[in-house]
Write a protein that binds this ligand. Sequence first.
Ligand code: SER
Length: 886
Amino acid sequence: MYTHEIRERFTEHFVKAGHTSVPSASLILDDPNLLFVNAGMVPFKPYFLGQQTPPFNTATSIQKCVRTLDIDEVGITTRHNTFFQMAGNFSFGNYFKEGAITHAWELLTSSVDDGGFGLDPDRLWVTIYQDDDEAGDIWHDKIGIPRERIQRLGMADNYWSMGIPGPCGPSSEIYYDRGPEYGKEGGPVVDDTRYIEIWNLVFMEKERGEGTGKENFEILGPLPKKNIDTGLGIERVACILQGVDNVYETDLLRPVIDVAEELTGAPYGARHADDVRFRVIADHCRTALMLILDGVAPSNEGRGYILRRLLRRIVRSARLLGATHETMERFMETVRRTMTPSYPEIEDNWERIRSTAVAEERAFLATLESGEKLFTTIAEDLKARGETVFPGSDAFILHDTHGFPVDLTAEMANEQGLTLDRDAFDRHMQDQKARAKADNRAKKHGHANLSVYRPFVDNHATVFTGYDTLEDEGTILGMVSNGQLVEKATEGDHVDVILDRTPFYAESGGQMADHGELSTAGARLKVNDVQKIGKKLWVHKTEVTGGEIAVGMKVEGKVDPQWRHAARQAHSGTHLIHAALRQVLGPTAVQAGSMNKPGYLRFDFNFNRPLTDGQLKDIQDIANSAVDADYTVNTIETSLDEAKKMGALALFGQSYGDWVRVVEIGGPFSMELCGGTHVDHASQVGPIAVLGESSVGSGARRIEAYTGMDSFRYLAQQQSTLTTVATSLKAPADDVPERVDQLAARLHDAERAVARAHQQALQSKADEFVAHAQRLNNVTVVAESVSDVEAKDLRPMALDVRNRLGNEPAVVVLISSTGDKVPFVVSANEQATGNGINANSLVKTIGQSVNGRGGGKPDMAQGSGSDATGISHALDAVLDDLKKQG
Ligand code: SER
């Protein structure tokens, strides 16, 4: 049974049973604790926690998931995919354990003709949480599974949570016995390869607090309702139903292995180590494609880093299999073919996906090349010294600085007859990990403890009235100071104020929070920042500038109108720049982030090369033409689905069922999902002055611009700078560029003339020295002081003079003085050193007289001192030495 059919049967089964079919959310949801969506339940989290009322009681979805924690297991085990499709059914206070168990059993064991998967019931085993007798009884009494095929496991295996605070509960897992050829008898507790887990039924009834790992966390209490969250691994079911050995050989991934065989020349199924590489390629190609589809671009941190790592592992694996050319495009093409039937949006985004992946491959191949050069230098040096061990520290540098994979280093070392010191390399890696962990911990501790807000998030939502007004009255629901709830605050206190109603915009969607003031009859508070907690509680970060306030008081909130005015300009300006950018660069330039605050905006987007001046100018022109056209700005509240149908640009962070706000400027000109505050008419944005564009990591660019009066001031400042330059050049402003070019050319000529004159001066000095050479004990000696010859010129000068003294023993001693430095150099020819003259000891003699130090070799040594008054003494001392040495 093909994977697409497995998906369809799953959805159909649950839709028939009354579930609403919900499309997969993006892999990237707006949850700072989650890099990627890693389970089907993630988009439904607010429903489980009771933060939002679900628009349905039961739902079913096939969610795109990425888990990279087990990345090293990929290809080694039979069942680890970094990208997988989790099919689930969900009940929000509707059915519970019995419903979930019956639904799952029916779908798995109904015959194929009846729409099921037709699995043999005798091959199914289940696990339950250790004391969940209720689940055990349902499996036994209702379903009829013999007790010996119901096994009990502890917290680590059968109590599910997201690994972070959120909903949790005991679970029951369904396993399929693949037969004795896959491992030992005894059920999943004995062997989880032979008995492969296919479906996890979570009885979501508790809320988990902070803690670590799967067992060590606090349970905060029951959820408002008893819920069901299940997850069936589509890939694993495919593996069983297609009768293949592992998930990498199922219909969606196997074609990539075939292409890899063709491109690398290596056969699949011949050597275990190679097979792992084939599977890594198949798995990672699909994950990479799906991540790029959802807007991730390769970079050195966060999500982008994971993508980069996946792409690099593909390139590396292909190379280790014998590929000598680029392979990425063919691989991606193959995934495109297998995945498009389920994800038709791949087609619309294909060009962006292809070019991103190929660009990363090229960049990495270049890295590998430079790493190979460094490797060769190290290896040759080792071999020249007769060493046989390739040091772990060098492998670490290759890995860390050059992105050079360690197993490649190991293989190349072997080819050179060297053995990599793997232990030392691992130690370096451990140290690096410990450093990174310490960093993360520091970051975490920097975050405020949000648990004090918990009761407010659960019970109240702040009403935001700031789209329509800048002034409104609200009641203080609570106050927090230094992480603790407080009842009162007085002048000088810094306190977070939670209001039931506020006109202040809280930082979100890239727009900085409003500034302004809160006041009562007797107190005033300055609002410096406003943050949203749990998406619905507005927390005002304030400083009490006079009087006293207490919880329960009514306060008048006033947003600084100037601030808001300029903030609206900047945010609408951001949309205009975004729209203009897409017109100029095409839809592959996908937004990667933005920030705007009064008068200023920056907009980051995924794009592989710098923009040309012409493109930047066009973007600025188009954005300003929209201002000039004075387009109307409309906001429309609607469902996510409707918004997408309208063509609104939906970015990360939205999930199905969200009520969204669409901001439209000039109809088709710009339409985006956005909760920000905007101007009413485009002309109110004022001029938009683009400052420039820059790189913010590989494949990501940034445009910065000013809006409104800041734009005007910036342009006026530019103008005034130009006028000042024009005045000093005594030229009209329009001629400035040409005049500056001319000046630069003249300066260049003048510099060359000075350099030539300098060379000639040095040359004639050298002539003079040669003429003044004296003979001491059969040695030709030049010992002179010069002024204003810098250290860098002194050495070539000494060599030049020495060469001109002929083949008799000769030594040249030059001491210069430049500012407060006294550089000196001694050079002796071979004949002189043969006579026992040593430049190194002569510079020591000089050093003593000029308060300096120096060193070098017997034929050439130099140094520097600081006491120019000792120069003539130094020359005498050198001559004395030479007399003695001779
Ligand atoms: N949330 C559970 C899991 O990810 C079941 O869907 O396994």
